[in-house]
Structure formats: C-alpha cells, structure tokens
Ligand binder design. Structure first.
Ligand code: GTS
Length: 234
C-alpha cells in the first residue's frame, strides 16, 4: 500500500511508529483495519532489534520506550495500545471496539486489561527475561526466574480465557471487541516465542483459529507496505 500523500485534502493523516511483526503493534493494526482507517495512517518503522525504541529521539515520543505510538497531525503523541485503540474507536463517533453502553465499556476494559495482565504482558516478560529476548544490547537486565514464573502465569491465563470462551463466542459476550484484540496479541506473542497454548484449551484454540480468519488479523503485517525508516541522528 502506498502511503497517502499528506498534502491531499481530507481527514488529517496520522503516523504510527511501530514494528510490523510486533504483537503489541498488531493490536493497533487490527484496530485500524477493523475501523477501516488504514488510508489515514502512514507507518514509520522503529527497529526493535537494534534497540531504536530506547534511543533518545524515540523516548522523546514515548517515555516508556515501547511501541506502538500514534502521532496525530498536530504533533500529539499517544502511546499505550489501549489508549490508542480508544482514541481510534472514538474518531467516527460510533465505537465498535470499546463498547457502546457504559456496561459494555466497563466489561471490555476489564477483560482487555485481564488479557494484558494475565496473558500478553506475561508472555512479554517471559520473552524479555527467560529467553535471549531482543539480544544483549537491548536486554540490559534479565531475571530468568521471573520470566519463567510469567510463562506459567501466561498459561494459567490461557486456561482462564478458555473457560470464558467455552460459554460465549467472544471475550466479551456476542461481539468482537478490544478485549479480543488484546488476547489475540497475547497469542501472537506466544506463537512467536513457541509458548504453547495448553492442549486442553480447545475453546481458546477454536476462537483463535476464527480470529485469524479476520482480514484485520490476517493482513496486519502487510498493511504498512514497505517500511519508512525513522530519521537517524546517531
Ligand atoms: N503497555 C504497552 C502498550 O500496551 O502499548 C506495552 C508495549 C510493548 O511492550 N511493546 C513492545 C515493545 O516495545 C513491542 S513488541 O514487542 O510487541 O513488538 N517491546 C520492546 C521492549 O524493549 O520492551
């Protein structure tokens, strides 16, 4: 996909700073596709494996040194997948990912946070602490024991979500939402680090197979087209 020309008229162009195959970036890419916002975004690649997300020029955009970051046309930076998704979902005044009623909104936030705490973030800690992670230049502190505990936590989390998905088609009730996206991110990360979904979690596996059929999930890596390199000042 060619990047849209920022000089053309129409809604303001936004920038996503991310890494195409990253599990957290996947969350925002899936949200963008579900909201049909791809044409309003240009992507800038930040190379995790070189540690570009820890360089001063990137830390100026996101203090936490993590991807993705959304940059608005006026220069505002929004980090954190949940915050970015809430922003994108609100743009058209018709939120489909974060809930329409106060109750839906509360449940989606709760289950998305749970998917983060119990699965995605746990897999991430396992990757960064109990495997070589992004390599010695980026992983300045590792604690393998902590990483292995988080691996076990992630598998417990998978069992929890398996129980949820035995009773309903989506993480929250009958509709696809941000909570599904967050759990998808967790299973994408688990796949990348060869952390198996327990064999008995057949409902979770069936749900994930269905999720992978969604175009937003299937096409998430290629949606950015050729990467635009970030400016380098070092
Ligand atoms: N809480 C953050 C969010 O939700 O946005 C976490 C973001 C995050 O951990 N992103 C990963 C990262 O920057 C990107 S990826 O691993 O999914 O590609 N990791 C690098 C690091 O050094 O933590």
């Amino acid at each position: 996909m060619a990047s849209p020309d920022p000089k053309t008229s129409g809604p303001a162009l936004m920038t996503i700073h991310d890494w195409p195959t990253g599990p957290y970036p996947a969350r925002v890419r899936i949200a963008l596709a579900e909201k049909n916002l791809q044409s309003r975004i240009r992507f800038v690649s930040v190379d995790l494996w070189k540690g570009e997300h820890k360089w001063p020029e990137f830390l100026a955009k996101n203090y936490s040194g993590t991807l993705p970051v959304l940059e608005l046309a006026d220069g505002t930076f929004i980090a954190e997948c949940t915050a970015i998704t809430v922003y994108l979902d609100a743009l058209d005044g018709a939120p489909t990912l974060t809930g329409r009623t106060p109750c839906e909104q509360g449940l989606i936030q709760m289950m998305s946070k749970r998917a983060e705490l119990e699965v995605l973030d746990a897999v991430s800690v396992y990757f960064h602490h109990a495997t070589p992670g992004l390599g010695p230049d980026v992983e300045l502190y590792q604690n393998a024991e902590w990483g292995l505990r988080q691996r076990d936590k992630a598998q417990r989390g998978m069992r929890y979500f398996d129980g949820i998905l035995r009773t309903q088609p989506f993480v929250v009730g009958d509709a696809f939402s941000m909570a599904d996206i967050t759990l998808i991110g967790g299973l994408i990360f688990a796949g990348l680090v060869d952390l198996a979904v327990p064999a008995e979690c057949t409902a979770l596996q069936a749900w994930y197979a269905r999720m992978q059929e969604r175009p937003s999930v299937r096409n998430r890596v290629t949606m950015s087209g050729p990467a635009v390199a970030p400016p380098r000042d070092r």
